[in-house]
Design a protein around this ligand. Structure first.
Ligand code: FMN
Length: 110
């Protein structure tokens, strides 16, 4: 399945929507909130969160708060690896992170 940016509306029904997002100044991108608000709860089975916040571990609670409002279930599992930020975690996500993300995605859809 092709990865699409959140500027592409979800028009077809999907069982699992993998939603990549991160922290910017301790919050998620307003565009991610808008994207979740734009989802049709009849078309999205559940959201699986993944991200690469540099310092904080997980955007899960913030994404879930929006998903709850949209009436879309969140899978309890998520993927997180460090992302590069201001000289921290240089080169991340790296090949190892990408392999771990792929293994995580497979474990969700199998
Ligand atoms: C302007 C800015 C603010 C950020 N604020 C945070 C933050 O508050 N907490 C955190 O853990 N990471 C923060 N980060 C790090 C990003 O979440 C991290 O670099 C992430 O991998 C960026 O993914 P992207 O390159 O796909 O946007 C920030 C990054 C930027 C550019």
């Amino acid at each position: 399945m092709e990865a699409l940016p959140i500027s592409s509306p979800v028009t077809e029904a999907v069982d699992v929507l993998f939603l990549g997002n991160s922290y910017y100044a301790f919050s998620i991108d307003p565009a991610v909130r808008e994207f979740i608000r734009s989802l049709d709860k009849g078309k999205v089975g559940r959201i699986v969160n993944f991200g690469s916040a540099a310092m904080l571990n997980s955007t899960y609670k913030k994404v879930k708060a929006e998903a709850d409002k949209a009436g879309i279930p969140m899978d309890g599992r998520e993927f997180h690896c460090r992302g590069e930020f201001k000289g921290m975690h240089r080169g991340r996500p790296n090949e190892e992170d990408l392999a771990a993300a792929a293994a995580f995605a497979k474990s969700i859809i199998q």
